[in-house]
Design a protein. Structure first.
Length: 113
């Protein structure tokens, strides 16, 4: 009887561990951070003629603390030269972006531009 209880307890612990790991992975997959960049159209590459996302940028980007990271993201069109972008980045890549004004950049980002 005690052997059965131990097995049931081990199964319950294993199930709980799997659930906790699954929730952790889900949260990491959807973790979002914000980076800022300035468009440089010399850093664009045409990647496809048939897909909706035809262009890929590889740009130096900065978070609000001023930490630099090179980020790649695709767009459907060539973006306006020298425009500032705010990128919402998840673990799998850029989730969305929008153009912002220079005065909307965090102070530690502005010093890089």
């Amino acid at each position: 009887m005690e052997n059965i209880r131990e097995k049931i307890l081990m199964i319950i612990v294993a199930i709980v561990a799997i659930v906790i790991c699954g929730v952790g992975i889900y949260l990491l997959e959807n973790y979002e951070s914000v980076y800022y960049t300035q468009i440089d159209n010399t850093k664009i590459e045409k990647v496809s003629a048939s897909d909706e996302m035809k262009y890929e940028y590889t740009l130096d980007c900065y978070n609000e603390k001023g930490n630099k990271k090179e980020i790649k993201f695709k767009t459907s069109r060539e973006l306006r030269e020298d425009a500032y972008l705010m990128l919402e980045v998840r673990s799998f890549g850029v989730h969305s972006w929008k153009e912002v004004q220079y005065n909307e950049l965090p102070e530690k980002v502005r010093i890089n531009y």
